[in-house]
Design a protein around this ligand. Sequence first.
Ligand SMILES: NC(=O)c1ccc[n+]([C@@H]2O[C@H](COP(=O)([O-])OP(=O)(O)OC[C@H]3O[C@@H](n4cnc5c(N)ncnc54)[C@H](OP(=O)(O)O)[C@@H]3O)[C@@H](O)[C@H]2O)c1
Length: 247
Amino acid sequence: MADVLYRKLDELTDDEVYEAYAPPGPDWLRVNFVSSADGAATLEGLSGPLSGEEDKRVFKVLRARCDVLLAGSGTVRAEGYGPLVLSEDRMAWRRAQGLPEVPVMAIASRTASLDPGAGIFTQAPRRPILIVPADLPEAAVEPFRDVADVIAAGTGEVDFTAAVAALRERGLRQVLCEGGPHVFGSLIAAGLADELDLTISPLLVGAGPMRVAEGEAAPEAVPLRLRHVLEAGGNLILRYVRGSSDE
Ligand SMILES: NC(=O)c1ccc[n+]([C@@H]2O[C@H](COP(=O)([O-])OP(=O)(O)OC[C@H]3O[C@@H](n4cnc5c(N)ncnc54)[C@H](OP(=O)(O)O)[C@@H]3O)[C@@H](O)[C@H]2O)c1
């Protein structure tokens, strides 16, 4: 069984945090979520109130490590995602790795119910990608053609297996998904999630909010292996990768 790292996050240097999230292979899909201690994925309709400066440090490292940041339209709308920009030190880290300064943003929507004039499209440092079902009428997609590349995958639904393959064909092999819960549910059901980075925040939210995976049921549970536990301000920052604990 591989060792599990238990550390206080503030004892780790930035290089050690980058190293703690080194992907095991060139094609990797990781998902990052924060949850309350009682399993809520939102508080007051957002993830922000569950999160703090501590897990934001990991959140930013994960963004810096990916080729493409994938999010569902529900998350983009609720969280008011703007253009994908990174701080100067994160961009410098990427340059040193031979990566483009920023990742590409990819947004999945069944209906293209987004504003093509929003900053996430018009102010993006790299041309974003809109992922929609192939049978979505062109009238819904056409307003995005000037501001985004379009990946058409699936019928009626986004087929994430085909969508992720299309991202990889473009060289976008390290995928970070920031949710939301319905997209994560679909990724689990399709067997695409290689890693879950989960922050458990020290809060009881009570009944009502979604959990981190919703929507489509998975055909079977996927075993995960715990790689590390970082503690910061009462938050547990967990890294799980696909596989059983006796591997
Ligand atoms: N705790 C956290 O870390 C965290 C992270 C992310 C989000 N959130 C929260 O989650 C909430 C949003 O949840 P959500 O589940 O609606 O967000 P979501 O998964 O980001 O978006 C759902 C939308 O994605 C689109 N979609 C495309 N293909 C899909 C497919 N195969 N399966 C499911 N959806 C598909 C649909 O778009 P259209 O409606 O455009 O057709 C659907 O309405 C917000 O309150 C946000 O704050 C929390």
